[in-house]
Design a binder for this molecule. Structure first.
Ligand SMILES: [Ca+2]
Ligand SMILES: [Ca+2]
Length: 599
């Protein structure tokens, strides 16, 4: 309740005359009403969820306006059974309320946070995510107005003949709250930014320069950010036969330092040079832990897609840059085709790495983007062959998966095949998407309509599920999965047991103490980072080195099979992630069901 009190002070409404102010959010008695804190478009499905911590019956709910007048209901609730900490859940469907305004939902003696209905509830949301990417920049960093790892990156390691050679690879984004950097996640993030701008340019503004400092430069900031990613990926693919995989490694975790004075020691002294790993096609790891890499295609396909999309995006803006990207796209795609298999991230002292097991999805995307760029039919034929090897992202419908095992969590390639292909191919890939969506929906009969497995980075799975559902709806006009698509976005913005918006700075109750050195040391309010999200209790309890640093304000809601902690000590649920943030940019730019733009 302290949080709600602070909120009201911040909004300046604590002095409203008695009886005239909006209802104060409350969770008593043992009931909490969860809503999408961004709000709802007038024509969108609108469902809040009441979570009762003890078994009890709630029959009706109503919606009141800012003057506490009932404007909707009482209506019957939809009883949906237990979920996580909730002994009972109730779906509160107020879709029929379309009049723009600010409301509250009342049920079972509880009152929700403010419920906004407006056409512009998603305005600025996609753009705000970019703030987190700017904050994560390596090379020149606009938050510190200083260089980050500019001279230390990097020394080639684990190469059969060239280990020890310095290769200039400064740039890109730190992956999360540590500072190591991955080609695979950077390429996926860059691709999502380029797709978001290509399909939905309207929401993106121009308020920052290429170097990330304030000031317009005539280029939408989403393209400035995508170019930042592309520039680093070009450095990470310096020669036709040298595809670089990773910069730094988990020895980076030794110190809790700001990026500008990172003390990590990789064998060249504290704060010295950082190692850069190539994709070798063989298991990697300089110490006792090894990954299970088998080839180059998973990473090569991702680079090819980002380069080809970048070439298309920059053709009219910087033709020399676009030509260079097009050439690198062809080369890295050919390298991947020659070396099928996965290039996983390299562990060092800790056993964790990104255990990607699928590569045909990545080669499909690389091939189809090269087809879109060049019109050469062989690329399209290859894309269809790869698509048949990766019809459904294998996590969909499952209880669990290994860390980053099926990455990215949605197959962008199918949507791109649909854009480029004949009707027969379009039907095929729409059917692939449908199978995945059905598999998740079958597991989503709970009150929150959530069917993903709660593995590490569950929020990324939800962003991907929503993206795939958005693609499918656009491809087919079939709205079968809108309820689940909406629920995924609602969950990310507060319709979850904890009532937390999972994007820092968006909504009323968002992570205040994320696992971030920059936020903690500088007492800086980050903006725009998507945190990992809830995990199975069994995962949380078995990860190494997790210790909460303060009392758990969500303890009452951490009694079930999934947990979330707004605590700087919890790197499993409360760490903002670069690729998840960029992944979410696409659906936020698309604007959720009810946007009317894409229909
Ligand atoms: Ca700009
Ligand atoms: Ca993959």
């Amino acid at each position: 309740m302290a949080r709600a009190g602070l909120l009201l002070v911040a909004l300046g409404v604590s002095c409203a005359p008695p009886g005239r102010g909006p209802p104060v959010p409350q969770e008593s008695p043992g009931v909490a009403i969860r809503i999408n804190q961004l709000g709802y478009r007038p024509d969108a499905p609108k469902v809040g969820v009441a979570c009762a911590l003890e078994p009890r019956v709630i029959a009706t709910f109503r919606v009141v306006d800012e003057r506490n007048r009932t404007v909707f209901g009482p209506r019957a609730v939809d009883a949906a059974g237990p979920f996580g900490p909730c002994a009972a859940t109730y779906r509160l469907d107020f879709s029929a309320l379309r009049r723009p305004g600010v409301y509250s939902i009342m049920a079972g003696g509880a009152i929700s946070l403010p419920v906004r209905i407006s056409d512009d509830v998603y305005r600025g949301a996609a753009d705000s995510l970019l703030a987190y990417l700017r904050e994560q920049r390596s090379g020149y960093n606009p938050v510190f107005r200083d260089s980050v790892h500019q001279r230390s990156d990097g020394v080639l390691v684990d190469h059969p003949t060239r280990s020890g050679e310095f290769i200039p690879v400064s740039g890109g984004w730190a992956d999360a709250s540590d500072y190591l950097q991955y080609g695979a996640t950077t390429a996926h993030a860059t691709t999502m930014l380029l797709l978001a701008h290509r399909d939905h340019p309207e929401p993106f503004s121009d308020r920052f320069q290429a170097n990330g400092l304030p000031g317009a430069n005539g280029i939408p900031d989403v393209l400035d950010e995508a170019r930042w990613g592309l520039a680093w990926l070009l450095k990470m693919y310096p020669e036709d036969d040298l595809l670089l995989n990773q910069l730094g490694d988990d020895r980076d975790h030794t110190f809790w330092d700001l990026p500008v004075n990172d003390s990590a020691d990789y064998g060249w002294g504290r704060g010295g040079r950082r190692p850069v790993y190539p994709c070798t096609g063989n298991p990697q790891g300089l110490f006792e832990n090894k990954n299970r890499s088998t080839g180059l295609a998973s990473t090569a396909g991702k680079y090819a897609a980002a380069f080809a999309l970048g070439a298309a995006a920059f053709t009219g803006r910087d033709s020399a840059f676009a030509r260079r990207l097009a050439g690198r796209a062809r080369a890295v795609y050919a390298l991947g085709a020659a070396h099928p298999g996965v290039c996983q991230t390299a562990p060092a002292r800790s056993p964790y790495f990104y255990e990607e097991d699928d590569w045909a999805d990545d080669m499909e995307l690389g091939a189809v983007e090269l087809y879109a760029l060049t019109g050469e039919r062989t690329y399209f034929d290859a894309a269809l062959q790869y698509a048949a090897l990766a019809p459904v992202s294998p996590w969909m419908g499952q209880d669990t998966a290994r860390h980053y095992q099926w990455y990215p969590w949605h197959n962008n390639g199918h949507y791109e095949v649909w854009r480029a292909g004949p009707d027969s191919a379009r039907r095929l890939v729409a059917g692939y998407y449908r199978r995945g969506l059905e598999a998740v929906a079958r597991r989503a009969r709970n009150g929150f309509r959530i069917g993903i497995p709660f593995i590490w980075c569950s929020n990324n799975l939800l962003a991907s599920f929503a993206t795939q559902a958005t693609f499918y709806r656009r491809m087919t006009g079939d709205s079968t999965f809108v309820e689940y698509e909406t629920a995924a976005l609602d969950w990310l913005f507060g319709t979850n047991p904890w009532g937390v918006s999972m994007v820092i700075g968006l909504g009323d109750a968002y992570p205040r103490t994320p696992h971030s050195v920059v936020a903690e040391r500088l007492h800086l309010q980050l903006t725009g980072g998507l945190v990992d999200g809830p995990v199975y209790r069994s995962i949380y309890e078995h990860l190494r080195g997790i210790r909460l640093l303060e009392a758990d304000e969500y303890a009452a809601f951490n009694t079930g099979f999934i947990v979330y902690h707004d605590d700087v000590g919890d790197y499993s649920t409360n760490e903002p992630i670069m690729d998840g943030t960029a992944n979410l940019a696409y659906v936020l730019a698309a604007g959720a069901p009810g946007a009317g733009r894409e229909e």
